[in-house]
Ligand binder design. Structure first.
Ligand SMILES: NC(=O)c1ccc[n+]([C@@H]2O[C@H](COP(=O)([O-])OP(=O)(O)OC[C@H]3O[C@@H](n4cnc5c(N)ncnc54)[C@H](O)[C@@H]3O)[C@@H](O)[C@H]2O)c1
Length: 353
């Protein structure tokens, strides 16, 4: 199979679909791998590393899309990328189609077969999404803590507090991979943490993080009370493949203190907070009623070296299966979002048809 790895073009995105070591293994297995020149640069992998692994390079995206039978990339097609895809071609990357009707229509028009990383489900989890969620959860707290600084327009609070100064209150919606990592870091910093999830086992693992962590069921009143008191509110719920449920209204956001911060990680599935709108690293924040919002759709793009390494490792077992044939593989065929101009994934059919 001819596998193409294009350069990511989303603003300030630094990840690459496959690191050189992963490409080397695919070449040894008899596949041809084509890289768009410079695709690994921001992750610390110059073209030479790929060439040494037996990868061929091409100068531009069009040449890559023309040749590749399978395109492996990180983010959903952006800019003019949807129009470079074609019928019979396979696309393996994050797609997040529930949040983007225009992209969905353009990919349907291309008739490409798109398998989304975030809908690959195995052993009760989402193994390709998970490492990116781990990163996003930690970045949510790191960035949230910085946005609370006075110079950033925040309320001037040290998240962990200190003797004679109150602790910050971090409220997290969803205790999965992203929310769990956010809770872990916020708790370790010394913040007061309240996490909401519907599942008892998730609440249990959150409680084990320490006495400064409270895990609760998301009753509307309980969420409302916690949100009004939050210094940092983090959205991290997910219903796989579907639009995120809105758990916090605009009115509830306006009940937050001025200079407090919202980080909605689930923005890539439409966001779980009413005031969320997608941003990118070029202009990551905006304010609503004095509350700073950070809703970047590619948070792990800030740490491309770590993220590219983790993504390749998570993807490899499934990429190998895909190369053996996705049609006869129940796990992979269940992760197909669209093919030949048809929406296939049930949650997307429910949303769009
Ligand atoms: N913005 C980014 O750069 C970025 C990066 C990685 C992941 N994400 C997104 O973060 C979100 C979370 O991903 P994840 O891997 O942590 O998912 P996950 O499945 O591990 O966790 C989601 C959690 O939400 C809980 N949940 C679902 N509905 C709920 C509700 N109504 N109330 C309370 N809890 C509810 C689930 O029980 C689960 O524990 C996804 O939208 C994912 O795509 C975004």
């Amino acid at each position: 199979m001819k596998i193409g790895v294009p350069r990511e073009i989303k603003p300030l995105e630094g990840r690459v679909g496959l690191v050189p070591e992963a490409c080397g293994e695919l070449v040894k297995a008899g596949h041809r791998v084509i890289l768009e020149q410079g695709a690994g640069e921001a992750s610390g992998y110059p073209d030479k590393r790929y060439l040494d692994a037996g990868v061929e390079t091409v100068a531009d995206a069009q040449a890559l899309y023309d040749q590749a039978e399978l395109v492996v990339k990180v983010k959903e097609p952006y800019g003019s990328e949807p129009e470079m895809l074609r019928e019979g071609q396979l696309l393996f990357c994050f797609l997040h189609l529930a949040a983007d009707e225009d992209l969905t229509r353009r990919l349907l028009a291309s008739r490409v077969t798109g398998i989304a990383f975030e809908t690959v489900a195995d052993r009760g989890g989402l193994p390709i999404l998970a490492p990116m969620s781990d990163i996003a959860g930690r970045i949510a707290v790191q960035n949230g803590a910085t946005l609370l600084h006075h110079q950033q327009g925040g309320r001037g609070l040290l998240l962990g507090g200190l003797p004679a100064a109150e602790r910050g209150h971090v409220v997290i919606l969803g205790a999965g991979e992203a929310g769990g990592n956010a809770a872990q870091l916020a708790a370790a910093m010394g913040a007061r943490v309240t996490v909401f999830d519907r599942l008892r086992e998730k609440m249990g693992s959150m409680r084990e993080l320490g006495a400064n962590v409270t895990a609760l069921y998301p009753y509307q009143d309980a969420v409302s009370e916690a949100v009004a008191d939050a210094d940092l509110l983090i959205g991290a719920v997910l219903i796989p493949g579907a639009k995120a449920p809105k758990l916090v209204s605009g009115r509830q956001v306006s009940s937050m203190r001025s200079g407090s911060v919202v980080v909605d990680i689930s923005v890539d599935q439409g966001g779980c907070i009413e005031t969320t709108r997608p941003t990118n690293y070029r202009e990551p924040t905006y304010r609503v009623d004095g509350v700073i919002h950070f809703c970047v759709t590619n948070m792990p793009g800030a740490v491309p070296r770590s993220a590219s390494q983790a993504l390749s490792a998570a993807m490899m077992p499934y990429l190998r299966r895909l190369l053996e044939g996705w049609r006869d593989d129940p796990l992979l065929s269940a992760a197909v979002n669209l093919s030949g101009g048809e929406l296939v994934y049930p949650a997307l059919r429910d949303q769009y048809l």
